[in-house]
Design a protein around this ligand. Structure first.
Ligand SMILES: C[S@@+](CC[C@H](N)C(=O)[O-])C[C@H]1O[C@@H](n2cnc3c(N)ncnc32)[C@H](O)[C@@H]1O
Length: 442
């Protein structure tokens, strides 16, 4: 889900990149990016746990901590400088949430992050180069042909901020803890972060510089199902991936894997040498004026991508398709007999996504088509769409994604899948083989 939360105006233009759909001591306010922090921590020695004790897993530093307004929570900087082959990573959250997170494979098993990052130390040939692009700052250009579904780049998380810290801390404390997080990364990594886009020029203090960098480059990440704090997302920084500029109909798309704490970027259509590799920063099903407004408000640029600069009739036709997508989409998530969803409606949705070039969302359209065909007892067309949903889902959402697993089940045995004859039972009164009436649950 994209931009679904209202974030208070602590950081005026803060709104992470998302497609679907930081008192201290004052020693950082010198305006000097070379100024490295030396905070006195609650656990000054190396190998501190989230609770401030030594452990197998090593948060190499945990300082300083700040209490929320109202004094209910304490937020700290947790750094693991050995993470991902000594690239390092930093987390800003509560001790409780850090203790939960340090059990995930990315922290406990170094093999799962081996070889992922290629920006500081490259071991595989790159499929792109980063260069200046007129009117956009730096951007990412394909150096060879890239096929649909190919991996373009991946980054383990550099900085991971708990939304709750952003919302609950006093502004000065938040800005300080955010800069502390950057400063606690290993030096090469920290330099990479401080070199990122601020989206406008200015004479920033160090705290302002870090704030500008995080608000321009952050991505949104949903918590895991078992996370101790389901209500709060994370916003995260990946310095290499954040070099990609926006297009409303981009060439690439990304997903975040919580087990490896890695963001993966794949091509969603064929990309030719010399072409810019873009991603979308916003929900691409928003209508054109809303897209342009949000991009200008948050990232400070006028949208000049082909779908924003098309002729007036072409934009109107596109907005009409998007309006219809908005109207139809909810029908496929209603499992009551009252849903208007049919296979033909799902076929229309597939076509609308193709017409809109929403290549990064095709897995969803194919999944709806698979379920609707199965729901009226047509297993072969259902299987065709399930196979397409799997093929696209693997690079759009990851092989471990629940929807990919669900489509695997449908393709393996449509007759045993939960959707088999689902719409027939409700609409015809047929009770199914087990004599259980309809499907009147959402
Ligand atoms: C996440 S950064 C992208 C990389 C950035 N261009 C750089 O030099 O590192 C986001 C910033 O890039 C610029 N940008 C991204 N997409 C753009 C576009 N389509 N047109 C103009 N500027 C864009 C804006 O300044 C935006 O705030």
């Amino acid at each position: 889900m994209c931009g679904s939360r209202e974030v208070p105006s602590l950081l005026p233009s803060f709104d992470p990149i998302c497609r679907s759909n930081v008192p201290g001591t004052g020693y950082l306010a010198s305006g000097d990016p070379n100024h490295k922090a030396h905070g006195a921590g609650h656990c000054p020695q190396a190998n501190c746990t989230a609770h401030g004790h030594r452990s197998q897993h090593s948060w190499t530093r945990s300082s300083p901590c700040f209490r929320s307004k109202g004094n209910k929570h304490e937020y700290c900087v947790f750094t693991d400088s050995t993470f991902a082959e000594n690239r390092g990573t930093t987390l800003v959250t509560t001790a409780e949430r850090a203790a939960y997170l340090e059990r995930i494979p990315a922290y406990t098993d170094p093999s799962v992050t081996k070889g992922i990052n290629q920006d500081i130390i490259r071991t595989k040939p790159a499929k792109y180069k980063v260069e200046k692009i007129e009117g956009k700052g730096l951007g990412v250009i394909a150096t060879g042909f890239i096929n649909r579904g190919e991996l373009i780049m991946a980054n383990t998380v550099s900085l991971m901020f708990d939304y709750a810290a952003y919302e609950n801390l006093e502004r000065d404390d938040y800005l300080d803890i955010q800069a502390q997080a950057v400063d606690s990364l290993p030096e090469a990594h920290r330099r990479l972060i401080l070199d990122m886009s601020t989206h406008d020029e200015g004479n920033f203090t160090y705290l302002e510089l870090v704030e500008k960098i995080t608000s321009t480059n952050a991505f949104d990440v949903d918590p895991d199902d078992d996370d101790v704090d389901q209500d709060n997302k994370f916003y995260v920084i990946f310095p290499e991936i954040a070099r990609m500029n926006h297009d409303c109909r981009p060439a690439a798309d990304y997903y975040f894997d919580l087990e490896t704490l890695t963001q993966y970027v794949h091509a969603v259509r064929p990309i030719y040498p010399g072409e810019e590799i873009t991603v979308t920063y916003i929900d691409p099903t928003m209508r054109q004026a809303a897209r342009a407004h949000k991009l200008h408000d948050t990232w400070g640029f006028r949208c000049a991508c082909p779908s924003c600069t098309a002729s007036r009739p072409a934009i109107a036709a596109s907005d009409d398709r998007l309006r219809q997508i908005e109207e139809l989409r909810p029908e496929f998530n209603k499992f009551r007999s009252a849903s208007r969803a049919t296979p033909q409606m799902a076929e229309l949705l597939v076509s609308l996504y193709e017409q809109e070039r929403l290549w990064g969302m095709m897995d969803e359209a194919y999944r709806y088509a698979a379920v609707e065909w199965n729901a009226v007892g047509e297993p072969w067309t259902a299987t065709k769409y399930a196979r397409l949903a799997i093929e696209h889902g693997i690079y759009l959402s990851g092989e471990k994604d629940g929807d990919v697993a669900d489509m695997d089940e449908l393709a393996a045995d449509p007759w045993s899948h939960w959707s088999w004859m689902m719409r027939m039972k409700g609409r015809t009164g047929w009770k199914g083989r087990k004599g259980v009436a309809g499907d009147d649950e959402d």
